[in-house]
Design a binder for this molecule. Structure first.
Ligand code: SAH
Length: 228
C-alpha cells in the first residue's frame, strides 16, 4: 500500500509512524508512507497557504491553489483509490470503513488547518471525507495519523502471531473480552479459573460470553447491529 499525506506539519508524524506496528510495516515493505509539505507547492516567497475568509469573521482558510498543485503533482505519479480530507463533518471513522480502506493500493490524505479548506477543494478534488470523532482538533495531522494506523495494522502480514486483528474489538460488532497475564494472583486479585483450565472450547465460550456481556454493558449501541 502507498499512502501520501499533504500537510503543513510533516514533523508531527515522526512519532506515530516511527514506532511499533506502523514502523514494522514500513520496514517489511508492506506500506510506504510519504509526507508532502504543502508549502512546497506555493509560488510566493512567503510560502503562504492561507487567506482571509470571504464571509468575514475570525479565522483563516486554506487556499485552493497550493492544494490543487500538490494534488495534481501526486496524481501524475499514481491513481488514487480515494482522495481523503480529514474533517469534523466527515463520515465517522469506524472498523468497517477501516477494513474497506485497508484493501486499497493508493490513498491520498489531505490535512486541513485554520477554519478549514476552501470549499471548492472539497467539491472538486476530494472523494472521501473522514472524521475521527465528534470534537474539533487543531489540524488534520492527528486524524490522518489515526486513520493511517488503523488501516496499516490490517494489511496482511503486518501483525505477527502475538496480535490478531480479527480478535480486536469491533470486528463482529463486539468489544474484546478482558485479557490477563502472569502472575495468576496479584495481592489476592485472581485470574478467572476458566482461563487456567486448559480447556480450549470452554475458554472460547467464556471469551464470547464476556464479549457479549461487555458490549451490552458498555456499548449497547453496538448491540443494535447484532440483530438483538
Ligand atoms: N471550522 C471547522 C474546524 C476546523 S479544525 C469546523 O468547525 O468544522 C481544522 C482542521 O482540523 C480541519 O480542517 C480538519 O482537517 C481537522 N479536524 C478537526 N477536527 C477533526 C476531526 N474530528 N476529524 C478529522 N479531522 C479534523
Amino acid at each position: 500500500m502507498h499512502i501520501d499525506i499533504i500537510t503543513i506539519f510533516p514533523e508531527m508524524f515522526q512519532g506515530p509512524f516511527d514506532h511499533s506496528i506502523v514502523k514494522r510495516a514500513k520496514e517489511k515493505g508492506l506500506v510506504e508512507i510519504h509526507l508532502h509539505q504543502l508549502r512546497d507547492f506555493t509560488t510566493d516567497k512567503h510560502h503562504k497557504v492561507d487567506d482571509y475568509a470571504f464571509s468575514g469573521g475570525a479565522g483563516m482558510v486554506m487556499m485552493i491553489a497550493p492544494v490543487a498543485k500538490a494534488i495534481a503533482y501526486l496524481k501524475s505519479q499514481r491513481t488514487y483509490d480515494e482522495v481523503i480530507y480529514t474533517s469534523p463533518d466527515g463520515e465517522l471513522l469506524d472498523q468497517p470503513m477501516t477494513n474497506q480502506l485497508s484493501i486499497y493500493e493508493n490513498l491520498l490524505i489531505l490535512c486541513g488547518h485554520y477554519k478549514g479548506i476552501d470549499e471548492r477543494i472539497r467539491e472538486h478534488f476530494i472523494t472521501k471525507e473522514i472524521s475521527i470523532g465528534n470534537y474539533v482538533l487543531s489540524g488534520g495531522e492527528l486524524a490522518a495519523a489515526v486513520i493511517t494506523d488503523a488501516i496499516v495494522r490490517l494489511i496482511p502480514g503486518v501483525l505477527g502471531n502475538e496480535v490478531s486483528a480479527l480478535s480486536d474489538s469491533f470486528q463482529n460488532n463486539l468489544v474484546s473480552p478482558p485479557v490477563y497475564t502472569r502472575p495468576r494472583d496479584f495481592r489476592g486479585w485472581k485470574v478467572p479459573d476458566i482461563l487456567l483450565s486448559g480447556n480450549e472450547r470452554v475458554i472460547e465460550e467464556w471469551k464470547y460470553e464476556e464479549s457479549l456481556k461487555r458490549t451490552e454493558e458498555r456499548r449497547p449501541d453496538m448491540m443494535k447491529n447484532n440483530g438483538e
